[in-house]
Ligand binder design. Structure first.
Ligand code: ATP
Length: 237
């Protein structure tokens, strides 16, 4: 397994957000964790990208390396794990190109950076059209494309995606997931957390269900889509 998480415990002060969760992701896989608002999805991604600390006893390994030995910036630059957070967090007063360039601050491979930028523009032609525009003036969907493009350019061994569907009109949502599939086809492993369970389960190969900070179900996504409990709680059936 490329990513191995065992007994991950995270608290915010007195609030216990993750109760010793364990899961793994294979290289090249698309894995999703679905769950309700506040279940612990974003916290899981933040712990992996080292934006928040986890409690002792938690194990996190990537390609056999101990993630806990890496700082947040080194998780990106040395392990190649990028995190596209909920709410995009792009730099609104910088242009599209500047946002993409900034994502590569730790990279030295100039030719590859140029090739990656071209690839991102091929994937999202609207970004290329707007490359000189300030990111803050883009539509919500375009900002989401930029956030994903920026994530890809900063590290593409694995991408941690937090609700990439949020705020997108249905057609744009489908475009976004098509683009994510293209990214995955080039070899990037994807860990996606989503409240839009149907979309996420159709996109991923395997899934977990998180409830109140614990993983309660796991399986291939076609089984989860058929599971009566999942249908009732998450698919509105
Ligand atoms: P959402 O889709 O709303 O982001 P989520 O599944 O990602 O939901 P988390 O954001 O991981 O859930 O939150 C898990 C729990 O931790 C919730 O009880 C939440 O209130 C709490 N929590 C999250 N962030 C903080 C924080 N910065 N300070 C205190 N508690 C937090």
């Amino acid at each position: 397994m490329q990513l191995n998480i065992q007994n991950l415990n995270v608290s915010y002060g007195n609030i216990k957000a993750l109760h010793g969760i364990s899961f793994s992701v294979a290289a090249g896989e698309i894995l999703t964790i679905i769950g309700a608002n506040g279940a612990g999805k974003s916290t899981t991604l933040r712990a992996i990208s080292r934006m928040i600390p986890c409690e002792s006893g938690s194990v996190m390994e990537f390609n056999g390396r101990n993630i806990l030995k890496y700082s947040a910036d080194k998780v990106v630059s040395k392990l190649g794990i990028s995190h596209v957070p909920e709410g995009r967090r792009i730099f609104g007063n910088l242009t599209v190109t500047e946002n993409l360039t900034l994502a590569c601050f730790a990279r030295k491979d100039k030719d590859q950076i140029e090739a990656d930028r071209k690839w991102v523009f091929d994937l999202f032609p609207r970004l290329e059209e707007r490359r000189h525009q300030l990111a803050g003036t883009l539509s919500g969907g375009e900002q989401q494309m930029l956030a994903v493009g920026r994530g890809y350019m900063s590290g593409h061994q694995m991408m941690l995606l937090d609700e990439p569907s949020m705020g997108l009109a249905p057609l744009l949502m489908l475009d976004m997931f098509d683009a994510l599939r293209e990214i995955n086809k080039l070899g990037t492993t994807i860990l996606l957390v989503e409240q839009n369970a149907r979309l996420a389960l159709k996109f991923a190969q395997r899934g977990y269900v998180i409830e109140n900070g614990s993983l309660v179900l796991e399986g291939p996504t076609d089984e989860l889509l058929d599971n009566p409990e999942v249908k009732k709680a998450y698919l509105g059936a």
